[in-house]
Write a protein that binds this ligand. Structure first.
Ligand code: NAG
Ligand code: NAG
Length: 280
């Protein structure tokens, strides 16, 4: 009897546990060949596509990275894009708790933001990369103009991209100077992501949507063990303000979930490029 229960218990366990957890997101676009573009990183259909300077897919997955005096760069089609106000697709460098690169390369995750201006929005993200500087469960979301971080392939690919090395561009009009193929990914941060500044998130592994796989040409061989993601809403409800500002008081911050309610006859105006917004 005991053996029977034990056997049925083992047989009913899923083959692979869907990885889930909470963590913090960051942003980057360093133009470098993503690490999952190298051969044999994981059991996948193909390594993540990597491109030449002009975004043509390279056939040799062993081409050296443009960040290492080679000619392979991140393909411009690996930018984020929105489906509706509640859902976007994109790519990220990841480091998942208790896992290694061979576990997460080309894995897909439903990532829901739990703080900041994109709180409650969900991104379906395929992992294409990793980084030695990433913390457990960090998703470093690929968005042009998000900042280079520690590597710089953008100087050799484009003669540089605007913005600070860490943090990137500070407003939507800064995206105007970007190469046409990257511009929509830069604007996405201001249009859909609401310029959220490294929000926290919760994530769970899902079966990779074909929308993502068609951009990278990479699917994990164990991908069908993970559940298909079905969106529950198609319209994002912005968080309600929890702060009521008096005139001249701070009424917003890049880190707040929502702008404060302002006294009638006043509005919240951004004063500097830093985090200060005041009710005028
Ligand atoms: C691919 O799968 C095989 C068989 O399970 C395993 O031995 C090998 O380590 C895997 N390769 C990678 C890169 O994870
Ligand atoms: C955008 O940021 C740049 C540089 O940070 C600044 O020069 C420019 O005035 C800003 N534009 C707007 C519309 O805020």
């Amino acid at each position: 009897m005991f053996l029977q229960i034990l056997t049925s218990l083992i047989l009913s366990l899923p083959l692979t546990h869907a990885i889930s957890g909470t963590g913090k997101s960051t942003r980057y676009w360093d133009c470098c060949k993503p690490s999952c573009s190298w051969p044999s990183k994981a059991n996948v259909t193909n390594p993540v596509s990597t491109c030449d300077k002009s975004s043509n897919i390279l056939t040799d997955a062993s081409t050296k990275s443009g960040c290492d005096s080679g000619t392979a760069y991140m393909c411009a089609n690996q930018i984020p894009w929105s489906v509706n106000s509640a859902l976007s697709y994109g790519f990220a460098a990841t480091a998942l708790s208790g896992q290694k690169e061979s576990d997460w390369c080309c894995g897909c995750y439903a990532v829901t933001f739990t703080s900041g201006k994109a709180k409650g929005k969900t991104m379906l993200i395929q992992s294409t990369n990793t980084g030695g500087d990433l913390a457990d469960n960090q998703f470093d979301i690929a968005m042009p103009g998000g900042g280079l971080g520690i590597f710089d392939g953008c100087s050799s690919q484009f003669g540089g991209l605007g913005g600070s090395r860490y943090g990137g561009v500070s407003n939507r009009s800064d995206c105007d100077s970007f190469p046409p193929a990257l511009k929509p990914g830069c604007q996405w941060r201001f249009d859909w992501f609401n310029n959220a500044d490294n929000p926290t998130h919760q994530f769970t592994q899902i079966r990779c949507p074909s929308e993502l796989v068609s951009k990278t040409n990479c699917r994990r061989l164990d991908d069908d063990k993970f559940p298909i993601y079905t969106p529950t809403v198609s319209v994002w409800a912005s968080p309600t303000p929890t702060v009521v500002a008096k005139q001249w008081e701070q009424c917003d911050s890049l880190l707040w979930d929502a702008q404060a309610a302002c006294p009638s006859g006043t509005k919240c105006v951004r004063v500097t490029d830093c985090e200060f917004f005041f009710s005028f």
